[in-house]
Design a protein around this ligand. Structure first.
Ligand SMILES: Nc1ncnc2c1ncn2[C@@H]1O[C@H](COP(=O)(O)OP(=O)(O)OP(=O)(O)O)[C@@H](O)[C@H]1O
Ligand SMILES: [Mg+2]
Length: 229
């Protein structure tokens, strides 16, 4: 057994320069995540939650510090290597779903694998499997505009899973859905984590955070508390 944490964050800092004023969005943050953890990140607006996710997801570079995914330092990746690592290791779920409006549910999941150069028949099989797992077997041909918010978010979760990511990063995945749909999305994420999927979810909703297995509270770019539930 490999007991090494799946994600290691070491002394991570991010300073944005706004005009001439530095904004310390993250200040010397360190923490580890084990495989299969379902972790929530809460905290006031501006506390650095999204900045944190975008560093882990290799969407932006930290000012200082390092991130290791499965023991490999991803913060060392060059601009040309980062997209591949992101595609292979990270699944993203966003508040606004970010689906391609002209493509069907099936095609939206398919395209994530096309970028990863998966063979066509394999892609179709995987997309059908994932959408079925999300309870969308009768919605595969629908375009995003023909789906409810909850259905769109389930397509987005299916898409995030397509390339067997090491970590799923979700920023306010239930920010735009009703309570019933929120509960369904949390059930789905919880189910995935119980099967070993590592998930980090940023949320303002305590009802979501309380259903995760570990809650991190951020304040002023630092981890204020970290507790197992
Ligand atoms: N690209 C940027 N340029 C300058 N400052 C930024 C940038 N992105 C974020 N910030 C600042 O960094 C701080 C942390 O922002 P971040 O988006 O991480 O907060 P958050 O916790 O996700 O907030 P919210 O709950 O509102 O989404 C804020 O003060 C924000 O204004
Ligand atoms: Mg945010």
């Amino acid at each position: 057994m490999n007991d090494e944490p799946i994600l290691q964050v070491k002394n991570l800092s991010k300073t944005y320069i706004r005009g001439k004023i530095p904004v310390h969005a993250l200040s010397d943050v360190s923490f580890n995540v084990n495989k299969g953890e379902f972790l929530s990140i809460i905290g006031p607006s501006g506390s650095g939650k999204s900045t944190f996710l975008s560093m882990i997801g290799l969407l932006d570079k930290p000012t200082k510090g390092s991130i290791f995914i499965e023991g490999a330092e991803v913060t060392k990746a060059s601009e040309s290597e980062a997209p591949r690592i992101r595609r292979e290791k990270i699944g993203f779920v966003f508040q606004h779903f970010n689906l391609i409006p002209t493509l069907s549910a099936l095609e939206n999941v398919d395209i994530a694998m096309r970028f990863a150069r998966v063979a066509k028949n394999k892609r179709k099989e995987r997309a059908i499997e994932l959408l079925t797992q999300m309870g969308l077997s009768d919605r595969m041909k629908h375009k995003p505009s023909e789906l409810s918010g909850g259905e769109q978010q389930r397509v987005a979760i299916a898409r995030s899973m397509a390339n067997y990511p090491v970590i799923i990063l979700a920023d306010e995945p239930t920010g735009e859905v009703d309570t019933k749909t929120r509960n369904m999305i949390v059930d789905l994420l919880k189910g995935l984590s119980e099967k070993g999927q590592t998930i980090l979810v940023v949320t303002h909703d305590m009802a979501v955070a309380e259903r995760t297995s570990r809650m991190i509270t951020m304040r002023d770019g630092k981890i204020e508390s970290d507790r197992r539930l």
